[in-house]
Design a protein around this ligand. Sequence first.
Ligand code: FMN
Length: 404
Amino acid sequence: MRKTIKNAKIVLGVSAGIAVYKAVEILRLLVKEGADVRVVMSANASKFVTPLTFEALSGNPVYHSLFDSHNSAQMEHIRVAENADLLVVAPATASMLGKMAHGLADDALSNLHLAFKGSVLVAPAMNDGMWEHPAVKKNIDILRSRGVDFVDPAFGELACGVTGPGRLAEPSAILDKVRSYFNQRDDLNGIRFLITAGPTHEPLDPVRYLSNPSSGKMGYAVAEQAKARGAKVVLISGPTYLKAPPGVDIKTCKRADEMNVLVQEHLDHCDVLVMSAAVGDFAPQTLEKEKIKKQGDAGLVLKMVPTKDILLEVAKRNSGKLVVGFAAESQNIVESALEKLKKKNLDLIVANDISAPGIGFQSDSNQVTIIDREEKIENIPLKPKREIADLLLDRILVRLKNPK
Ligand SMILES: Cc1cc2nc3c(=O)[nH]c(=O)nc-3n(C[C@H](O)[C@H](O)[C@H](O)COP(=O)(O)O)c2cc1C
């Protein structure tokens, strides 16, 4: 059985960013969850907030000085690292990211990081220019390639007075991510998922394409949660800005027909197919070799042809897989979803109303209706996409256990 967050041993690593004060709130939230938190500070972080604040809130001594006679005698950086389940670095400065990426160890936190063998979660925070600097990006890539997980900074007002990316993610978002390491069920262990996500691009010419505003967040959330619950996941993704969830086998494509080929290729090797991608229904009949030139005031008439209907192709193969479709509709939501469910021989369909503000395509939350093969309709209220993903996986699991 996996560990729960209650009594989990977590190290909160704090480096010297202006968002240090938010680390106090992160600590408070972790302690409230029942975690046993040890705070480790970089040498510079204690210039922003004194170790005493973290000591009082965590109920544990704070390790902040490498060359303190007591800490050094106890080899504190090794002891703390050995006993912990998770290291959370928040805020992580540009400098700390650099040290972690390159294995430098010149203070308490960077030493502990090197001695630590468990999972590492990093929440960076810095000025927008620093965040966008290629050196910082490179360091993040290095850490990601080593399996370090990130809670990316938010876009918003920064301490330097500008608005941009670089603001420490909200403490509640960091707590959510920490929670995902614990309290996890293992109930999808060994089940093979094939999941599609994101939009498709249908090119007109070398520089233009037709697409839709799908962000891919829903499908990525299903992939992430399925993986966290023990499933083997192949994620076929159209073009998105999202990072592949750790441990998920990602295949990327652009056009609907390319996505179809990938799905048909991988179908035999899955137990469940979740088609959450917003696949283009039409593509330009011809792809111009050169950029189409503007001809004065003359308009442009495009002849479009239907793309391959991936779910119909799957249905034709009568593969015996459990198949879940998504329906993004702007009117007659339930009726349209029911029609699609029957026509494409789906086990479940997830319908959402793309005309409602604050949900659907780009949003982090969604409000959906799940309809099953027996036409049972379940309205799910507005929830983060991650929670919707878990609810959907619960419904899939019930059907896998009780095939109809
Ligand atoms: C007022 C102030 C605010 C700062 N805020 C940040 C910040 O948000 N992010 C960052 O990467 N560096 C920030 N810095 C710079 C770091 O403190 C500096 O790079 C330091 O060497 C980092 O030390 P550490 O990473 O070892 O904790 C700030 C510096 C000052 C003086």
